[in-house]
Design a protein around this ligand. Structure first.
Ligand code: ATP
Length: 603
């Protein structure tokens, strides 16, 4: 259903028709019946009034009133029963459409190229489009239906007027055209203002989140920033209020002026129809019911047209966004499971003259970057903030492939590896590793989704020194972690990090990468982690990205990233020997920091 193409208003009907055909046909049928109701009511009322007049004048039998009465009853039943019935039908349809649209959109999101997730504009686009797709599609569909309803309702009344007095029909059309134009303009203008209000509202919602969320509670108390932010929040709130007030005043003026125009049109029509009544072209019954129907129709037009046009403008914007979302480039097999590869043994990894800049940016983050890593050794990549360390990993894991130069794993070009292959070869704990609000077991298990091995899960947990914590829990490994569930366990930063590393241990990938794996760990836990990784070095190739040079020190080789390339490479001792070397300086500054710290501690 979700293909890369331009989506138009036709899709607002086409997509529901395909996904929920019964409900869609029922809604169209109901719209037609409802649209013809004013004309039906007019004719039936005319019939009733004329019959009643004849009876009163003694020109007809009493029994003749039953037929028009029955027809009026029919009208009342239909107009009262059908809407409630349709609400039920819409509800079932909405649920099915929701499930289908969400499923398609989740799939699309999973297949997107990684750059769209990181890019601010596309990330916002995704957020806008995926927020409430069914609300937009159903809203758009209903809006088309109510527009058509108004159009058919008006046309059918005009047919009745014109069949008696043609000229009056023409005059009504002429008067309705400018009214339609004004409504269209007001609708669009309101939409633009509404967008402004929405932008401001989003900013104030972000601030409200900072001011109220659980995760910011500690810093909020410590830094005491609430009053300052509250001022900003209040200002934004005032701005939103001002824009919304403007919209309301505008709508009010429009509504009132629309009602006055409607009243004038009504009076004109009454006047225009009088000669026809006088000449006998119109019966008194038809005259009265026509005037009533036209009054209510013009009245309805005066507010509904503007609303319909406003919704239409909103829908067009959404469809533009939706088309852009559907057209976002996908990565082949992005959503595929890791491939089962038997017997892959890591031998070497090589970056050869790799240059890279992020899409739509000018600056090269990696610039002719070359290095080689071989099995049997452990490596640390160090460098200042923003040097490009994490970027190296993004290229290696296939998240970006628009780089220049070549990358080889086991002397095979990275571009020849399929994405599922790479997923199975490389496992990463990212700097901003995920904190899954799932059970402890599931948090670990996600590291190797192809296999469920409880014994290995327990082993990984114990390697990360989490067994003690698990044993003390009522539900053990099945305990939920995070803040979402009422009885779930809220972990500390270090415990979360250890859980993320346990996930990595559980994975059976041959290459393990840890981006700042110890940032949240205490020194004892940190050195224990490195010891543990040294002991499993034989069957796993491990790369650490770290700022803690104490940790880099225990790696066999250290690569120092600067200006987009490897500025120094060698063992800790070799790098310290480089006169005026970058690593040497970094280590010296950290060493003195450690020394200062230990002096303070020892008094
Ligand atoms: N998606 C992106 N789009 C544009 N620029 C980006 C993107 N991601 C990162 N950058 C930029 O690339 C540069 C390198 O970032 P990277 O995360 O690789 O650095 P790092 O060495 O890992 O830094 P740190 O030690 O702070 O984690 C930074 O200047 C960053 O602003």
């Amino acid at each position: 259903m979700l293909t890369s193409r331009k989506y138009t208003e036709f899709d607002l009907i086409g997509i529901p028709l395909r996904v929920i055909p019964v409900q869609t046909v029922a809604a169209v049928g109901y719209m037609l019946v409802d649209a013809l109701m004013p004309a039906y009511q007019t004719l039936v009322m005319a019939y009733f009034i004329n019959t009643a007049t004849h009876i009163v004048n003694g020109r007809a039998e009493y029994s003749l009133i039953y037929k028009p009465l029955a027809l009026i009853m029919g009208y009342v039943i239909v107009t009262h029963l059908l809407p409630s019935l349709m609400q039920l039908v819409e509800l079932t349809g909405r649920n099915r459409l929701n499930v289908r649209l969400k499923r398609e959109m989740v799939l699309k999101r999973a297949q997107l190229e990684y750059q769209h997730i990181e890019n601010k504009e596309t990330a916002e686009l995704i957020h806008r489009v995926c927020g409430d797709p069914v609300g937009h599609f159903m809203g758009g569909f209903n809006n088309i239906m109510s527009g058509l309803n108004l159009l058919i309702g008006t046309a059918s009344l005009l047919v009745i007027v014109m069949s008696s007095t043609f000229i009056t029909g023409i005059v009504i059309v002429l008067v309705a055209v400018p009214l339609f134009y004004i409504a269209m303009k007001t609708g669009k203008a309101n939409y633009v203002l509404g967008m402004d209000a929405q932008r401001i509202r989003r900013r104030s919602a972000d601030l409200a989140h900072i001011l109220t969320s659980r995760e910011n509670a500690e810093e909020r108390t410590l830094f005491g920033y609430s009053p300052a932010l509250r001022d900003r929040y209040d200002k934004l709130y005032d701005q939103t209020y001002a824009v919304e007030k403007k919209i309301q005043i505008r709508s009010f003026i429009h509504l009132k002026s629309g009602s006055i125009i409607a009243l004038l049109i009504g009076i004109i029509i009454v006047a225009l129809l009088l000669p026809a009544l006088h000449l006998g072209e119109l019966t008194i019954g038809l005259y009265i019911s026509l005037v009533t129907a036209i009054f209510s129709l013009v009245q309805r037009m005066s507010w509904q047209l503007a609303e319909t046009m406003q919704e239409h403008a909103r829908m067009k914007e959404y469809l533009k966004d939706f088309s852009a979302f559907a057209g976002l480039s996908e990565k082949m097999d992005a959503a595929a499971l890791p491939m089962e590869i038997d017997g892959f043994v890591f031998q070497s990894l090589e970056f050869r003259q790799v240059s890279f800049r992020y899409p739509d940016t000018e600056r090269y983050i990696l610039n002719q970057c070359s290095f080689t890593m071989v099995s049997g050794k452990s490596y640390a990549i160090v460098g200042e903030n923003g040097a490009g360390k994490s970027t190296l990993i993004k290229l290696l894991t296939g998240m970006y492939d628009n780089y220049e130069g070549e990358i080889y794993i086991n002397n095979r070009n990275l571009r020849e590896y399929s994405y599922p292959e790479l997923k199975s070869i490389i496992a990463v704990v990212f700097q901003n590793y995920a904190r899954y609000a799932l059970t402890i077991q599931d948090n670990v298990r996600l590291g190797d989704i192809l296999r469920l091995d409880e014994e290995r899960i327990r082993h990984s947990i114990s390697k990360m020194n989490l067994s003690g914590m698990v044993q003390g829990l009522e539900y053990g490994l099945d305990t939920y972690v995070g803040k979402i569930k009422e009885n779930s366990l809220d972990l500390s930063g270090g415990q979360w990090q250890r859980l993320a590393v346990a996930r990595l241990l559980y994975s059976s990938s041959a290459i393990h990468i840890m981006d700042e794996p110890t940032a949240a760990l205490d020194p004892i836990e940190e050195s224990r982690l490195y010891e543990m990784f040294s002991s499993i070095r034989a069957d796993r190739f491990t790369i650490y990205i770290t700022h803690r040079l104490g940790a880099a020190r225990i790696s066999d080789e250290i690569l120092v990233v600067r200006n987009g390339r490897i500025a120094e490479q060698g063992s800790h001792e070799q790098l310290l020997e480089i006169p005026d070397g970058i690593y040497g300086k970094m280590f010296a500054s950290q060493k003195s920091w450690y020394e200062a710290e230990s002096m303070v501690q020892h008094g």
